[in-house]
Design a protein around this ligand. Structure first.
Ligand code: GLN
Length: 442
């Protein structure tokens, strides 16, 4: 189901009915929330879903956390506001890893999301609910957020397109901050064209988010591109990383497919990529520990009945937050402590700069960088890998966030009966170019 096919139709009730009937198994939608869009908008009648870390006035925004279980949003995120203005109608909020920390959706207080292709496997995360819901055909598109891969990886696992625009393309006003220098709203949909259309609707400078930028090229314009004029590089690390054999084969197929279509493909060594996971897992938890300090029982959500201020803080966070969120807060607080700040946080920032500059240089020469979206197939539910094993699964998606680059996961057939996605990372604020390349190969 694509947006184009739905223009002029009203499928809001049908979409809600489908969610109620089908989602008991998948658990991808946390709540139905019906907010009709502008009746005069071009897209009136077309439903969408929003990840539960994005605010919609008067409705809950739980971040899939106990601490915000009953939190009501005081205003609406700019991105959602723009979609409603264009006529799209909200039908509900999607499940996610608690505070967007994770990549299997098993960190949700409301239980994991199941993969529509194999319900014994995870949907991916942290925007797993949005990915599974689009894949299951509830809505033509859903919003997610992507701090280190959370739109692209679940898109790959659930067989849909997942796009994270350049940092600054879409306002973060109304998005619960996880790691503000990395966070970006992204779109999950069935086609590249739909992704372009939705981002075009949401993008733009916003006085309420000083990191937003002006982008004037229409993302939906003339999506066809001549692939023989395109140069793509593959980082050598893809070949050095331990990949599932089936992932490797599917990736080779994608490379051959692109070559046959005339694209020039070269393998290059980017040794800096070896450090992306380490850098990300210092910077992201550090920012998170600061951003999440506000959930203290005083200003938002849950408050424990304990007597005494510090005891109330402590027990509120103890009962309100899940294990992975606590782990990140502890790691981040440690990194930012005066004794270790220089050794870890400040060093990670420097390495982030080195990595970013290297990627900008490479993208002066190549139009895009290509990798598999994920080094592995979707794990089984409850597989219980170590935290480090989960963190390493983000190796290919993290670089785009560190450098603020646009990146997309495009479905490319199946591997072991499960969807496989290739990732393309493009030039900063040249999202139109990346979307064109993606459109032409999807
Ligand atoms: N998997 C990464 C993490 O756990 C990325 C999450 C995200 O992009 N929100 O931090």
């Amino acid at each position: 189901m694509t947006i184009e096919e739905l223009i002029g139709k009203n499928v809001i009730e049908e979409s809600i009915k489908r969610i109620i009937e089908k989602d008991k198994t998948l658990n991808s939608v946390l709540r139905i929330e019906k907010i009709e869009g502008n009746k005069n908008g071009k897209y009136f009648g077309i439903p969408f879903l929003v990840k539960d870390n994005i605010l919609v006035k008067g409705t809950k925004t739980t971040n899939a956390s106990k601490i915000l279980e009953n939190y009501i949003s005081p205003y609406t995120a700019t991105a959602v506001e723009k979609l409603l203005q264009a006529g799209f109608s909200l039908v509900g909020k999607t499940n996610m890893d608690e505070f967007a920390m994770g990549n299997t959706n098993e960190n949700s207080y409301f239980g994991p999301v199941r993969n529509p292709y194999d319900i014994n496997r995870v949907s991916g995360g942290s925007s797993g609910g949005s990915a599974a819901a689009v894949s299951a055909g509830y809505v033509p598109f859903a919003l997610g957020t992507d701090t280190g891969g959370s739109v692209r990886q679940p898109a790959a696992f659930c067989g849909v397109v997942g796009f994270k625009p350049s940092y600054g393309m879409i306002s973060r006003y109304g998005v619960t901050s996880f790691a503000s220098s990395l966070d970006q709203i992204g779109v999950l949909a069935n086609s590249v064209k739909d992704v372009a259309l939705v981002v075009e609707t949401m993008k733009g400078k916003d006085d309420k988010d000083s990191t937003t930028l002006n982008h004037t090229t229409d993302l939906t314009d003339n999506l066809e591109i001549d692939l023989s004029k395109i140069k793509i590089c593959i980082p050598k690390i893809v070949y050095d990383t331990e990949l599932d054999a089936s992932i490797r084969n599917s990736f080779y197929e994608a490379v051959n497919f692109l070559k046959q279509r005339g694209a020039k493909i070269e393998i290059i060594d980017i040794p800096e990529l070896e450090y992306v996971v380490a850098v990300y897992y210092i910077i992201a938890p550090s920012e998170a520990s600061s951003n999440l300090a506000k959930f203290d029982g005083v200003r938002y959500g849950l408050r424990s009945p304990s007597v005494g201020l510090s005891e109330m803080y402590r027990t509120t966070r103890e009962i309100g937050l899940g294990i992975e969120v606590k782990r990140r807060i502890i790691m981040g607080t440690f990194n930012l402590s005066s004794d270790y700040y220089d050794k870890y946080y400040s060093k990670a920032l420097k390495v982030r700069n080195v990595i970013s500059r290297k990627l900008y240089d490479i993208l002066n020469e190549y139009n895009a960088i290509m990798t598999p979206t994920s080094p592995s197939i979707p794990p089984r539910l409850g597989e219980k890998l170590s935290p480090l094993e989960y963190y390493l699964m983000d190796i290919f998606t993290i670089p785009a966030n560190l450098a603020g680059l646009p990146a997309i996961s495009i479905p490319f057939g199946f591997t072991k009966g499960l969807p496989f996605g290739i990732q393309l990372t493009g030039r900063q604020m040249k999202d139109e170019e990346l979307l064109k390349i993606s459109y032409t190969i999807h």
